[in-house]
Design a protein around this ligand. Structure first.
Ligand SMILES: [Zn+2]
Length: 260
């Protein structure tokens, strides 16, 4: 074979291999994980001073890797937030918030988040995601509730209301967990689908504000053509190390991505 022909042959083989590799491994969906704290910063989203990822970032990245289901983009600092664009938001199949306070995000990027979910994307709110953007009515609509204090911080029993949802089907009919337990306002049962609720007998329920003792702690919510899911769990580092919570979160993310 003449050198020129050999070269053409090699190029053809390389192109075929590249095509095969591209087809065999389609790009994984990406999750945009926002852990910027404009208010109180939880230990689990604090990055170590030497750099690297926070506990929450590391767990979510590991869940993506171990499941082979998704990759994660991390937005932790104010600089990260300011670098976000509507285009970069749209490159993600789901957006995950573990945030607090009034996030300094330009309106166009904020609207791109809402639009991406309305257009069929996913949103995962974790713990203090409900303690975020009180001034943005559309965010309340997306999430389905606002933080209204944490009357309890203790071991509590949670009742699993939906035993078939990917986020809760591994939990049986109840679980006991040691965490900070939220209550909510701007929340109503008809507007959401409850996955987990507090067993009021497991706490001093008189410390909460609801006369009916109905404290939902995880739910899903339809939002346009997209999927929103919220879990109130995740304050304690021990919760992030708990395999039941990790499976809960993985199920929530996969569901938000439309993959389960
Ligand atoms: Zn907390």
């Amino acid at each position: 074979m003449r050198p020129r022909r050999r070269l053409v042959g090699l190029v053809v083989v390389a192109a075929a291999l590249l095509l095969f590799a591209t087809q065999a491994r389609p790009a994984l969906p990406r999750v945009l994980m926002v852990t910027y704290s404009a208010g109180y910063q939880h230990d689990v989203v604090r990055r170590p001073t030497a750099g690297g990822l926070s506990t929450a970032e590391r767990v979510v990245a590991d869940l993506g890797r171990r499941s082979g289901g998704f990759e994660v983009s991390h937005v932790s600092t104010r600089d990260d937030l300011e670098r976000l664009t509507a285009t970069s938001v749209r490159a993600h199949g789901a957006i995950l918030f573990f945030t607090t306070g009034e996030l300094p995000m330009v309106a166009a990027v904020r609207q791109a988040i809402f639009q991406a979910v309305r257009d069929g994307g996913g949103f995962v709110g974790v713990h203090s995601a409900t303690d975020t953007w009180y001034t943005i009515a559309e965010y309340r609509e997306l999430l389905g509730g606002s933080f209204d204090g944490h009357p309890w911080h203790q071991r509590a029993r949670l009742i699993v209301e939906d035993r078939t949802h990917p986020a809760t089907r591994h939990l049986g009919d109840a679980l006991e967990i040691n965490d900070e337990i939220y209550q909510f306002r701007d929340w109503s049962r008809p507007s959401v689908h409850v996955l987990l609720r507090l067993d009021p007998r497991s706490v001093d329920v008189g410390r909460g504000r609801r006369p009916d003792g109905d404290y939902a702690l995880a739910w899903t919510k339809a939002y346009g053509r997209g999927r929103a899911i919220y879990t109130a769990l995740g304050h304690e580092p021990g919760v992030w190390a708990d395999g039941r919570f990790q499976a809960h979160l993985l199920g929530a993310i996969q569901w938000a991505l439309g993959r389960s």
